[in-house]
Design a protein around this ligand. Structure first.
Ligand SMILES: [Zn+2]
Ligand SMILES: [Zn+2]
Ligand SMILES: [Zn+2]
Length: 274
């Protein structure tokens, strides 16, 4: 199984538009892995997670092959994960040819997409509503993924995060969310072991957030809980992702803090095979 992190920032990006903070200045100066676009990931080259306004940049930077990508999970309706205006690029006369494309998300996002595709008459775009703890089989060009949705501790608009399984390997992609609720830990335990866990680290190592988003302290607590429950172990790859400049750490600074707890810090373009 393979995950490629196309974008790894929260809403503002790093460095952010309009911002003159020290983290943005240092990130711009250092460049490379310190520059972050809005969060998006690609699983096995075929299953997209999230649809931010930087999708076009990711498509150009990483040479995405749209002949292979026809499914996209969306976590929630915040614009760094769901930029509806760019769905319009699949209208007839804009993308030629354009394959059938299906979005999967909670009720709020699906309602918005349905309204949009009806208004713009887009017969090749589909969407499917997912509910918490629901599992679906998603068939892409040459891979079928088993995807389960979980309720995120993030906002009032039915946010979800996802586990994805293929060929005996499983990953958990948990952004944007605070610490999971008890019911979710119980469900995760029933579902089994994860080979890779990607956790929200919007607050970096500065803020001890446990609701809406997490920081490093909560990431350590979730990691320890998952290991204690047998849902993960020392062989599980733990990745921190979805960073804000308001967390006040550049990539370089975050690596130092995360190394102490054996976390990998994501960066745009990071690819992990497991
Ligand atoms: Zn976000
Ligand atoms: Zn800044
Ligand atoms: Zn959000």
């Amino acid at each position: 199984m393979k995950i490629k992190y196309l974008g790894t920032a929260a809403y503002e990006g790093v460095p952010s538009l309009f911002c003159g903070c020290e983290t943005c200045k240092k990130s711009l100066e250092a460049g490379g892995k310190n520059l972050r676009t809005r969060s998006q990931a690609l699983i096995d080259g075929q299953l997209l997670i999230d649809f931010p306004p930087d999708t076009l940049v990711h498509s150009q930077t990483y040479k995405l092959d749209w002949a292979n990508i026809s499914n996209c999970l969306i976590t929630h309706s915040h614009s760094d994960h769901f930029y509806i205006e760019d769905i319009g690029m699949m209208r007839h006369g804009y993308a030629m040819p354009c394959n059938d494309f299906t979005y999967y998300s909670g009720k709020e996002v699906v309602t918005k997409i349905k309204d949009y595709i009806e208004k713009h008459s887009m017969p090749r775009v589909f969407c499917m509503q997912l509910n918490p703890y629901q599992t679906v089989e998603i068939k892409s060009k040459s891979v079928t993924h088993s995807v389960t949705a979980y309720p995120a501790n993030h906002c009032a608009a039915q946010p979800l995060f996802y586990s994805i399984e293929n060929n005996g390997k499983r990953l958990l992609y948990a952004h944007d969310t605070g610490v999971f609720d008890e019911q979710t830990f119980v469900f995760l335990k029933k579902e089994g072991y994860f080979n890779l866990v990607s956790l929200d680290c919007t607050g970096c190592n500065r803020f001890d957030w446990v609701d809406h988003h997490m920081g490093l302290t909560a990431n350590v607590a979730v990691k320890n809980r998952l290991i204690k429950e047998g849902i993960a172990d020392q062989n599980t790859i733990f990745v921190l992702n979805h960073f804000s400049h308001n967390g006040v750490a550049t990539y370089d600074e975050m690596v130092e803090a995360a190394n102490a707890h054996s976390f990998t810090v994501s960066y745009d373009g990071l690819e992990i095979n497991f």
